[in-house]
Write a protein that binds this ligand. Sequence first.
Ligand code: IPM
Ligand code: MN
Length: 349
Amino acid sequence: MTHRIGVIPGDGTGPEVVAEGLKVLEAVRNGSEIDLVELDLGAERYLRTGEVLPDEELETLRGCDAIFLGAVGDPRVRAGVLERDLLLRIRFELDQYVNLRPILRYPGVATLVPSHGEDDVDMVVVRENSEGLYSGAGGFHRRGTPHEVAVQESINTRHGVERIVRYAFELSMSEGRRRSLTLVHKTNVLTFAGDLYQRVVDEVAREYPDVSTDYVHVDAACIYLLDQPSRFDVIVTDNMFGDIITDLGAMIQGGMGIAAGGNISPGGVSMFEPIGGTAPSETGKGTINPLAAIGATAMLLRELGEGDAAAKVERGVRFAASKMSSMRAGEMGFRTSEVGDLVVEGAAA
Ligand code: IPM
Ligand code: MN
């Protein structure tokens, strides 16, 4: 079996963590051929040529079985150019409508919340990834004047909400999950979008009598993530809320260095990435934590049907985590490449 994987190392620490992810992929692939297609996309390309995501590269991505991305964004490029026209454009064009972000703890890993027991944190955030405030709808009126108006609209379609909610219910029923689904929103203020989400959850819930459902406002969800994370199993939420709560989620796992995510297009081409950013202040030091990127390769392998290889990577990540003093860059006790080596060692054990 040959898997064609598009690789976008991207900016900042992206290339450093992608290198470790590829090292691990190579170590666990076991018979499967992996055909890597590296794409030169990101700040350097943009600064050199003015191109962000040319049609040719987009077609290459469409022809892959999966995509592995490091990070995009650069202080030299105006905010939004690479984020919107590269990262979000790939998510939208390939209809990766699920942003799947597991939040779990590895034994022994120090987190910001020492009161959490080791089993207290084990959830998955199913973030809507194709609409909401990220749709780009809106505009300026009288820009730059004292009467300026800036409108940023949240687009929520029945189709978009229903497909993400259905995905979350299916996930709740899958092996290892606890058949509990929580809608996180702000229905008391966002009475249109929130109402649509709540109605869809209530309707779809009738088809899943074994799944218990709950609702938590997004602000309260931030409290519970710190105070009572064990109440969450599968969380379904909109694009913006999902973006925000998963950074908090990363911190209760141990840090951004460990949080992996997938932009899933069921039946299509999915893209996997560490959810943290480019970490400009850490770039080039060789001390960034690659575990999030390596964890993303485990998700990638699972999506490609390579469950055994994925399990090896997960074992390797747990092994590496158990050796590290911290998940934070510079405090890990190991250099970036040594962490990759530890994962390889643990995967083989
Ligand atoms: C993320 C990032 C992106 C997002 C940015 C870089 C556009 O923060 O993947 O969480 O907001 O989705
Ligand atoms: Mn984010």
